[in-house]
Design a protein around this ligand. Structure first.
Ligand code: NAI
Ligand SMILES: O=C(O)/C=C\C(=O)CC(=O)O
Length: 358
C-alpha cells in the first residue's frame, strides 16, 4: 500500500427527505442570530420559503447568484450581508449559489450553511472561485468550507432531468479523477467508488421518474461523497480541460464535464489501470466495456450531450483550447504538457465530435 496523508474536514451533514425541517436548529447550533439567504433569480421562491421558515432569524434574501461568481455580485452580496446585520449565510441552490456564499465567507469569516439542490459538490470543498474582468481565479481557504450542509432530496425534485444528468456526471468526474489523484488515499477511494455507483444507478431512475424521492436521495448521497473527494484530493487533466473550456469559451459547466469526462478518462486509461477497474466496477460496466465507454454510454443513454459542437463550441477555437490546456498543466497520471499538445488536440477533437471511446 502506498503512503498517504488523510486530512479529515469538519462539516456537519444533515441528510434525509424533509431534512429542511431542521434548519432553525442548525442555525442555532452554528451560534448565529441572523442569516442572509442566497439563491439564483430562478430559485428565489425556494429562498423565500427558507426565509419564511427562519422568520426573525432571516436577515433578508439576496437572489442574484450567477455562474462563476462575478466579483461585482460578490461585493454586492457582502455589502448586503453587512447592511442587513447578517452573521451567517444560508445558500440554497447549486454550485453558483454556494460559490457566492463562499465569496462572502472569504472576506467576512461568516459561517455558511448550504442546502444543495444540484450534485456539483461545492458544499464539501474549501475551493472558491471568483471571476474578475472575465478571468476566473480559484483558490483554497478553510474559511469557505461550509460548516453545515442540509441534504434534502425533496428540494431537488424540481431540478430538470437534463440538468440532473449533467450535474450527476459533474459529480462523477470528481470521484473519477480522485481515483487516480497523486495524493489519493484509501478512504477517498472508497468514497469515490461508492459515489460513482450511487449516481450511476440513480440517474436512469431519475430520468424515468424525476419525482422519485428515493432516487433523488441516492443521487444526493453520491454527490456528497463525490464532492468530499473533490475537497480532499487533487484533480487532474479532466478538470483542467473543463476549467479551460468553461472559463475561456463560456461553455456551460456541467455539460462540459459530461462531454469531456469519457475522453479524458480514455486518455488516462493506460496510465491508471487500477482506477479504471474501480470506475468500471462502480459504473457496472466491468467485463463488457471500459470505464471511458461506460461514462460515454451513461451520458448518451440519459439523453445528455456528448459533443462539444452541440453546446456552442466552435471548431476554430479547438487549437487555442489545446494551447491553453497544455500551457499550465495540472499533475496527471499521463503527463500533458506542451510535448503532448497534439494528443490533447486529438482528445479535444473527439470531444468536439462526440466520438465514443473504446
Ligand atoms: N468550488 C467548488 O468546489 C465547486 C464549484 N463549482 C462551481 O459551481 C458552478 C456550477 O454549479 P451547478 O450546480 O452546476 O449549477 P448552478 O448552481 O449554476 O445551477 C444551474 C441552474 O439550475 C438551477 N437549479 C439548481 N437547483 C435547482 C432545482 N432543484 N430546481 C430547479 N432549478 C435548480 C439554478 O437556479 C440555476 O439556474 C460553476 O461555477 C462551478 O465552477 C462546481 C463544483 C465544485
Ligand atoms: O471553479 C470552481 O469554482 C472550482 C471548482 C470546480 O468548479 C470543480 C468543477 O470543475 O466541478
Amino acid at each position: 500500500m502506498k503512503e498517504f496523508i488523510y486530512n479529515g474536514q469538519l462539516a456537519r451533514v444533515v441528510f434525509g427527505a424533509g431534512a429542511l425541517k431542521h434548519l432553525e436548529r442548525e442555525i442555532e447550533l452554528l451560534g448565529a442570530r441572523k442569516a442572509l439567504v442566497l439563491s439564483t433569480p430562478e430559485q428565489q421562491t425556494q429562498a423565500q420559503m427558507v426565509a419564511d421558515r427562519l422568520g426573525a432569524r432571516a436577515a433578508g434574501i439576496f437572489p442574484k447568484a450567477v455562474m462563476h461568481v462575478p466579483i461585482e455580485t460578490a461585493r454586492e452580496a457582502r455589502e448586503a450581508a453587512y447592511r442587513l446585520g447578517a452573521d451567517c449565510v444560508v445558500a440554497i441552490g447549486g454550485g453558483s449559489t454556494t460559490g457566492l456564499g463562499k465569496a462572502i465567507a472569504l472576506d467576512s469569516g461568516m459561517p455558511i450553511l448550504v442546502i444543495p439542490t444540484t450534485y456539483a459538490g461545492s458544499e464539501m470543498t474549501s475551493i472558491y472561485g471568483i471571476t474578475e474582468a472575465g478571468l476566473k481565479k480559484t483558490g483554497k481557504d478553510p474559511r469557505v468550507l461550509p460548516r453545515t450542509v442540509i441534504y434534502d432530496p425533496e428540494l431537488t425534485l424540481t431540478l430538470p432531468v437534463a440538468m440532473s444528468v449533467t450535474s450527476g456526471i459533474n459529480a462523477i468526474a470528481h470521484a473519477a479523477e480522485g481515483l487516480y489523484a497523486q495524493d489519493s488515499n484509501p478512504v477517498m477511494d472508497l468514497m469515490a467508488e461508492e459515489g460513482i455507483r450511487a449516481i450511476a444507478q440513480a440517474l436512469p431512475a431519475i430520468r424515468q421518474r424525476p419525482d422519485d424521492v428515493a432516487a433523488r436521495g441516492d443521487a444526493l448521497y453520491g454527490a456528497w461523497l463525490c464532492g468530499t473527494v473533490l475537497g480532499n484530493v487533487g484533480m487532474a487533466l479532466h478538470h483542467k480541460l473543463c476549467h479551460t473550456l468553461g472559463g475561456s469559451f463560456n461553455l456551460p459547466h456541467a455539460e462540459v464535464h459530461t462531454i469531456v469526462l469519457p475522453q479524458a478518462i480514455a486518455f488516462n486509461a493506460e496510465a491508471a489501470p487500477q482506477a479504471m477497474a474501480r470506475m468500471a466496477r462502480a459504473l457496472g460496466t466491468t467485463g463488457h466495456a471500459s470505464a471511458a465507454a461506460g461514462l460515454f454510454e451513461l451520458a448518451r443513454s440519459s439523453g445528455a450531450p456528448v459533443a462539444l459542437k452541440d453546446i456552442g463550441m466552435q471548431a476554430a477555437d479547438l487549437d487555442h483550447a489545446a494551447d491553453l490546456a497544455v500551457g499550465n498543466p495540472y499533475w496527471n497520471p499521463r503527463p500533458f504538457g506542451p510535448a503532448q499538445r497534439s494528443a490533447i488536440r486529438q482528445l479535444l477533437q473527439r470531444a468536439y465530435e462526440g466520438v465514443r471511446p473504446d
